[in-house]
Design a protein around this ligand. Structure first.
Ligand code: ZN
Ligand code: ZN
Length: 131
């Protein structure tokens, strides 16, 4: 009887330990995914009418009104990353996702979406806006 009790004890301890490992691994994994999603520090905008480019701090959002031409044609931007030449092509978020090509080498960048950083927007020629 004593031996059976001991077996049960070690058995449940092993189950508990493996559960704890699983939970830890799961939490760590989730944390990484969350961080990757918010790794940018800026929001980008492009005017579909006059082509003016802007960016703001991450916490600041512009409306749809373009500060340059006063039309409500301002669109949020998204970046597409080219592995080959490490170049980010920035364009309006809406529109044809399949037809995105790298500005530098003309390679198709359909699935390579990446949030541009403030330095990417600066290199793109965007003006910093206060929102
Ligand atoms: Zn405009
Ligand atoms: Zn390229």
């Amino acid at each position: 009887m004593q031996i059976l009790k001991q077996k049960l004890f070690w058995g449940s301890l092993a189950v508990l330990l493996s559960l704890a490992t699983l939970v830890t691994a799961f939490t760590a994994c989730n944390k990484d995914a969350g961080l990757a999603a918010i790794e940018t520090d800026a929001n980008g905008y492009v005017c579909l009418k006059c082509g003016a480019k802007f960016y703001t701090e991450r916490t600041v959002f512009m409306g749809s009104k373009c500060p340059q031409c006063n039309q409500t044609t301002l669109a949020q931007t998204v970046g597409y990353y080219c592995e080959k030449d490490k170049h980010i092509t920035i364009r309006a978020r809406e529109g044809d996702r399949e037809g995105v090509v790298c500005e530098k080498c003309q390679a198709h960048l359909g699935g390579a979406m990446k949030e541009p950083l403030e330095k990417d927007y600066k290199a793109w020629g965007a003006t910093k806006a206060k929102g």
